[in-house]
Design a binder for this molecule. Structure first.
Ligand code: HEC
Length: 102
């Protein structure tokens, strides 16, 4: 009897774990990056599937972004966002092209 409960809890955690984390990461991305990158504004929408994972990482490592982001996005948030971009990049198994609607 006990094992059934343990197995059930394990199953629920395993099955629900990843999508929950992924959903949270997309919220950070849409909230922080989407604050400027919005449809209908001068700053075009961006999405993970716009670039390959490594290209995203290098883009920010090499500080290519034209606008300073440090005052708006903390380092922790940036780690979450980069993780999300990499996880859903063009060359990932689950590319996301419309987290911010085009
Ligand atoms: C303070 C406003 C602002 C925020 C916040 C912001 N950006 Fe930008 N971003 C801009 C502006 C302005 C440009 C230059 C204009 C353009 O390319 O549309 C730009 C350009 C870019 C470009 C180059 C354009 C292209 O299509 O390749 C990328 C990529 C980009 N941003 C990604 C991001 C990501 C990822 C985030 C979140 C971590 C982010 N930006 C947050 C304002 C912002």
């Amino acid at each position: 009897m006990r094992w059934r409960v343990v197995t059930l809890v394990w199953l629920v955690l395993t099955v629900s774990g990843n999508p929950v984390i992924a959903a949270d990461n997309s919220v950070v991305f849409v909230e922080k990056c989407g604050a400027c990158h919005k449809r209908g504004t001068a700053v075009a929408p961006i999405n993970p599937a716009d670039k390959a994972g490594l290209v995203w990482v290098k883009y920010f490592q090499r500080k290519r972004h034209p606008v300073e982001l440090k005052s708006r996005i903390t380092e922790d948030e940036m780690v979450i966002i980069l993780d999300y971009l990499d996880e859903h990049a063009a060359d990932s198994e689950v590319p996301v092209a419309a987290a911010i609607p085009k």
